[in-house]
Write a protein that binds this ligand. Sequence first.
Ligand SMILES: *[C@@H]1O[C@H](CO)[C@@H](O)[C@H](O)[C@H]1NC(C)=O
Ligand SMILES: *[C@@H]1O[C@H](CO)[C@@H](O)[C@H](O)[C@H]1NC(C)=O
Length: 264
Amino acid sequence: MESKGSRPKQPDWLAEVCQESSIHGMPYIARKDLHWTERILWALIILGSAYYAISSCLNQWYRFRDNPLVYEYEYLFGLRIFPFVGITLCPTYHDETVIPRLINETWGLDASKDKEKAAYYRKFLLAINALRYSTLETLEPFENDTTLDNVNYLNILLTLQKKIISVKNPAELAPIITEVGLCQTSSQLTRYGNPYGKLETLDVEPMKQCGYFSNCITSLKPLNSIVAPIYMYVHDVEEMMLPTTCELPIGMRKTSNPMISMLC
Ligand SMILES: *[C@@H]1O[C@H](CO)[C@@H](O)[C@H](O)[C@H]1NC(C)=O
Ligand SMILES: *[C@@H]1O[C@H](CO)[C@@H](O)[C@H](O)[C@H]1NC(C)=O
């Protein structure tokens, strides 16, 4: 039997916590048989590891907060490859400089001569450019104006947004008419939203296949360096975008080369 000391010892809580802790290295801090420099070394290692653990958690949190786009694919057993998401970009942009020319071409009006009428047509152009299913009432002020009938609306939209429409050949994104107006999409179903009024497939990037262990990354530079807010919708590449799918307003980017990059 071990003899106990005559003086009742205060329990050393710190040593006990260290010894019982499952954190790697903690028991060494409390071990009296080690040299003090070694125990300090262990303490430093634990502090350093804690710092890195906390900072990587924080980094994950910042990434989630600033770039909250996570694409999750339900993984089925035996599934080796799966198609990358479809992306539809809906910019809220118009090119102010083409408006006088559009007014001239469409209504034969010299914008510099009849300022009042030109302002009225400009308002109409902006209304149809920003037209969404939910903002149809913005057309009410124009309801009785017959000069607005038989106007080539698509041509107007394509002209107003010409600078942000991708002109790559072969095209990565195709224009598509949606509930939120004219957008650019990588959906493989462009034939059903073809803005040219035909049931015809438009050129888009072919479907990309992702491996189950590989990161599939895309980065799009659709705006030709124009700074404009755009909405991005993420959907199955073999579906069309619906405004409820996943809407991510990408605010005004202050960089000269706005780029959306996405990691999933
Ligand atoms: C409008 O278009 C006509 C030709 O269609 C051109 O002669 C005229 O200069 C244009 N006016 C303006 C203000 O652009
Ligand atoms: C259009 O005409 C209808 C019927 O005449 C009238 O009730 C309505 O207020 C008019 N709308 C505008 C914007 O002038």
